[in-house]
Design a protein around this ligand. Structure first.
Ligand code: ATR
Length: 277
């Protein structure tokens, strides 16, 4: 008997760099699912038409990335609590009654990656500094606040944007100036880079860790290169480090589960596959 064909994909512009098709293909094969996960290059103005058309073509859902993560919220029929709190979506599921549900799994992915790699992590004694105030920062802040962390400080090159996030999160976080971040390192035990600084082809982060405590866990959302200069420096200072690949893998699992009906397992094999392709 033929199993029903299930379709999903990822929508963005550009899209050719996305690792998601490799990841989902791997899980489809591992679980012997009759399905496809397709990269779809869609321009800003076409998103509404495309999201109306895809379910008619048999798609169960899609991931969305730049530049659609925020605009899809205006088109959604249902918005999950996480997507609402973060202010953007990355995982859409088409509804049997028409339209789609918008979810954001970035914060979930961040937290899973942290929990999995730092057995000692305890939200109640966490003092966190987050670098950056963009969409990725919003997802990290949201996840940490929901998990019970009460001390979150952010810093951003464009200070007003960080102040904007403070208002967005109802003043539950604090902001320090961009040039104060190095001296602030002695007050924290979790450091997160949410900017693209340190990514292949981007500028360096340029952060001296000389005053960091060695009991600090340092996370970088950048995973290309897998061991960023920030993580190398942190290791030299005796800190625990967590790379960004785990977050990428974990944020993908809820969508796969919704569309294909199985919660995939994250293994060292899939990490290797993503790193070598
Ligand atoms: P994302 O959704 O990935 O978070 P974004 O919303 O464009 O992307 O945010 C990018 C983040 O990287 C911002 O915090 C940005 O700082 P600004 O708000 O000052 O632009 C930060 N960033 C990007 N390039 C930077 C650079 N050269 N120096 C410092 N920060 C940079």
């Amino acid at each position: 008997m033929h199993k029903k064909l299930v379709l999903a994909g990822v929508i963005g512009d550009p899209i050719s760099h996305s690792k998601s098709p490799i990841l989902h293909r791997y899980w489809l094969d591992k679980n012997a699912i009759n399905g496809h996960y397709i990269p779809l290059k869609v321009q800003k103005n076409d998103i509404e038409l495309v999201l109306k058309t895809l379910p008619k073509m048999g798609f169960s859902g899609v991931n969305v990335t730049v530049p659609h993560k925020e605009s899809v919220l205006k088109l959604a029929n249902e918005i999950t609590q996480n997507a609402r709190q973060i202010g953007s979506a990355n995982t859409l599921t088409f509804l049997p009654s028409g339209g789609f549900k918008a979810d954001n799994t970035d914060g979930y992915g961040f937290l899973k990656n942290l929990e999995e790699n730092d057995a000692t992590w305890n939200p109640l004694n966490s003092r966190v500094l987050i670098i950056g105030a963009g969409g990725a920062s919003r997802a990290v802040i949201s996840a940490l606040l929901n998990s019970g962390v009460s001390k979150i400080v952010i810093t951003n090159r464009t200070h007003e944007r960080a102040e904007g996030l403070k208002e967005y999160f109802e003043r539950k976080i604090d902001v320090i100036k961009w040039n104060e971040k190095e001296q602030f390192l002695k007050k924290i035990n979790i450091l997160v880079n949410t900017t693209s600084l340190g990514m292949l082809g981007s500028k360096k982060l340029n952060l001296s860790l000389s005053s960091i405590n060695k009991d600090t866990t340092v996370l970088d959302l950048v995973y290309n290169p897998i061991k960023t200069v920030l993580l190398q420096d942190a290791e030299k200072h005796g800190c625990k480090t967590i790379d960004g690949l785990g977050m990428l893998l974990h944020q993908a699992t809820p969508g796969f589960n919704e569309w294909f009906g199985i919660k995939p397992i994250i293994t060292s094999e899939i990490r290797k596959r993503i790193l070598t392709q």
